[in-house]
Design a protein around this ligand. Structure first.
Ligand code: UD1
Length: 364
């Protein structure tokens, strides 16, 4: 029996759980790790466990890909017997993916306490599946750890009691700081360092890649960027499949675009730290670029991580080509937003969680 059952499922969960497992071991808090198998390709999963030294999962639910309903239901069905067998005192979930809400819901219905790391972030855009996962997970959580102070008013507005909420900082930035020195140089990943500089691009949100007109316009905009800088594009399997399905594969081969398979954490860190800019629709990259001081163009209308706008290097452009190109020109001309490091993004968030949680477990 362990005190805490920690859950991961998809790529953005792995860099969040790594420092938490380490801090729990040091506290000590006895913890086991469940991998739902939402992401399963070695490049999307195993490589992160290896590079970040995450303990092998005690259980893998091996659910794989499916529609939202089927994937969420499969995780719930597979997770329930694990909870029955393990009888933990609490289940800890991170982030906002389908694995997060699925396991939180199973635990809450069984009367097992739920801990949510990265609570209270809101885009106020229910068109994003992650927003639904965030709101519902926070409603189920007994203890909510937040990454930025704007999260608390969001939670209070939803009727969540303030004493459940703890501002601890950003565990993903713990991982970034711990591994920065080991980042793989861009030169090694790309064969040679691009003489004219490079932009790192990631796109995978349904709003950007599922609609053929939007994806076509975004890929054409990348081709314009690629006239001035190398566009390094580690492509998500979902985006590659969408481009092929929509007959847009030729645009991925435009001059200056360097398509890569999904990259490991250390390779991605090396590509980002040396980049002229990052263009993305990812949540995590908005925060990592702020921590690195690298300009970020976010191809979304809104962000649940507003501190990356107010204090960091992030700019929202939506998928509008003119706005993207205007921001790109600003960055080329003046280096983009400078930004500062947000409060508690200092590499010690997981230690704060472990210290607080030890006291909480001893008191409940
Ligand atoms: C999920 C998260 C998203 C996160 C993203 C990071 C939800 C709702 N979405 O989106 O918040 O930003 O992960 O990647 O949980 N696939 C593979 N190999 C894999 C995993 C997926 O090829 O290892 C392909 C499959 O075709 C699958 C598709 O990617 O259908 C989408 O995977 P899924 O886990 O449903 O969502 P993501 O788009 O990855």
């Amino acid at each position: 029996m362990s005190e805490i059952l920690c859950v991961v499922g998809a790529r953005p969960n792995f860099m969040k759980i790594a420092p938490i497992m380490a801090a729990f071991a040091a506290q000590p808090i006895s913890a086991k790790l469940v991998h739902t198998g939402q992401h399963y390709d070695p490049a999307m999963s195993d490589s992160f466990f290896e590079q970040l030294g995450i303990p092998r999962p005690d259980v893998n639910l091996e659910v794989g890909s499916a529609s939202h309903a089927v994937q969420t239901a499969d995780i719930m069905r597979a997770f329930e017997p694990v909870l029955d067998a393990e009888q933990p005192r609490a289940v800890l979930v991170v982030g906002d993916v389908n694995s997060t809400i699925a396991c939180a819901l199973v635990a809450a219905k069984k009367g097992i306490k739920v801990i949510h790391v990265e609570a209270g972030l809101r885009s106020y855009d229910r068109g994003m599946p992650e927003e639904i996962n965030r709101v519902l997970t926070d409603q189920l959580a007994d203890l909510l750890y937040t990454t930025e102070r704007s999260a608390l008013p969001n939670l209070l507005r939803e009727g969540i009691a303030e004493e459940r909420v703890q501002f601890v900082g950003n565990v993903m930035i713990d991982t970034l700081r711990a591994h920065l020195e080991r980042a793989v140089p861009a030169e090694r990943t790309l064969g040679a360092k691009p003489a004219r500089g490079h932009a790192v691009v990631t796109l995978h949100r349904p709003a950007n890649v599922d609609d053929p007109a939007t994806l076509k316009s975004l890929l054409e905009t990348l081709a314009v960027l690629a006239r001035e800088v190398d566009v390094v594009f580690p492509i998500h399997p979902r985006t590659r499949a969408a481009a092929e399905r929509q007959g847009l594969a030729a645009l991925l081969a435009a001059p200056g675009i360097r398509l890569l398979p999904p990259q490991g954490y250390l390779e991605m860190l090396g590509l980002m730290v040396e980049a002229t800019l990052v263009l993305t629709d990812s949540g995590g990259l908005q925060e990592e670029t702020t921590a690195l001081g690298v300009p970020c163009i976010t191809v979304r209308e809104n962000t649940e991580r507003p501190i990356t706008l107010s204090e960091g290097t992030n700019t929202l452009t939506g998928a509008n080509p003119d706005a993207i190109l205007a921001c790109f020109r600003d960055i080329r001309a003046g280096g983009g937003k400078r930004g500062r490091i947000p409060e508690y993004w200092d590499g010690h968030a997981a230690e704060r969680i472990a210290a607080h949680l030890r006291g909480w477990l001893d008191s409940v």
